[in-house]
Write a protein that binds this ligand. Structure first.
Ligand SMILES: *[C@@H]1O[C@H](CO)[C@@H](O)[C@H](O)[C@H]1NC(C)=O
Ligand SMILES: *[C@@H]1O[C@H](CO)[C@@H](O)[C@H](O)[C@H]1NC(C)=O
Ligand SMILES: *[C@@H]1O[C@H](CO)[C@@H](O)[C@H](O)[C@H]1NC(C)=O
Ligand SMILES: *[C@@H]1O[C@H](CO)[C@@H](O)[C@H](O)[C@H]1NC(C)=O
Length: 202
């Protein structure tokens, strides 16, 4: 009898585990922006806020909480697009391009981060295209098998309204994270790679 009672929490845990969506099999649980329009999503974004379940990521980001400028470009004939991220890192301007593969689900992409050997399943959960986009990133690191959930707020400008920020925080809570831990990126100005230091700001 006692054994049967002990089983209950285990079953609950098991259920929670099986509902947890991994990057490999996200299933139907994650909804992307309705009628997602890729061409309207392209162009320039700023990453203004971020939170992740990965402590290493959070530590790195807290050490350098700068706004990342993103430029997304898609050639109509291709099943992928390029995201170029530009930001200050320790006083120098760094730029990195990543290829995102389109998937059969509009608003869902797939990419690989070589530095962490991580597969990333990316979802545009909400966007109104000309103001904000809320991204859910589910990644899995190859060597460790560690799974990470990251939620990011993109904005077309370097600021957002309180309403957008509130709605972002709601999304963060929906994914089991505390909105108190959200890192708000600081606007360090835009930079030009190769130009060297802060004096090269646009
Ligand atoms: C992008 O997609 C095209 C086909 O649509 C493919 O030929 C090309 O190799 C892809 N590029 C990358 C970097 O995956
Ligand atoms: C940042 O730059 C300083 C001075 O150039 C250097 O000593 C430090 O190691 C650098 N830190 C990182 C994380 O690259
Ligand atoms: C993987 O996760 C474990 C447990 O959370 C952690 O101790 C370890 O540092 C993580 N490994 C990597 C490479 O992030
Ligand atoms: C963001 O800043 C710009 C320029 O300072 C301003 O025109 C705009 O109204 C601001 N937008 C929001 C949503 O606060």
């Amino acid at each position: 009898m006692q054994g049967a009672w002990r089983l209950v929490p285990l079953l609950v845990l098991g259920l929670a585990w099986s509902l947890q969506v991994g990057p490999v099999l996200p299933g139907p649980l994650i909804l992307t922006q309705e009628e997602f329009d890729l061409s309207r999503f392209m162009g320039k974004w700023y990453e203004l806020a971020v939170i992740s379940t990965c402590p290493h990521f959070m530590q790195r980001k807290r050490g350098n909480p700068v706004t990342v400028a993103l430029e997304m470009q898609h050639a109509a004939s291709e099943s992928n697009f390029t995201t170029t991220a530009t930001s200050f890192r320790n006083g120098t301007c760094e730029q990195k391009s990543t290829d995102y593969d389109l998937t059969n689900t509009p608003g869902r992409f797939f990419y690989y981060i070589e530095r962490f050997r991580a597969d990333v399943d990316a979802f545009v959960v909400h966007t109104n295209y000309d103001e904000y986009a809320m991204m859910l990133l589910l990644s899995i690191e190859k060597p460790s098998g560690n799974k990470t959930t990251t939620v990011k707020l993109y904005s077309r400008t370097m600021n957002v309204t309180a309403a957008v920020l509130d709605s972002f925080k709601t999304l963060v809570r929906q994914h089991g994270m505390s909105d108190d831990a959200v890192i708000m990126n600081q606007n360090e100005g835009e930079c030009v790679p190769g130009a060297g230091d802060h004096s090269a700001r646009l």
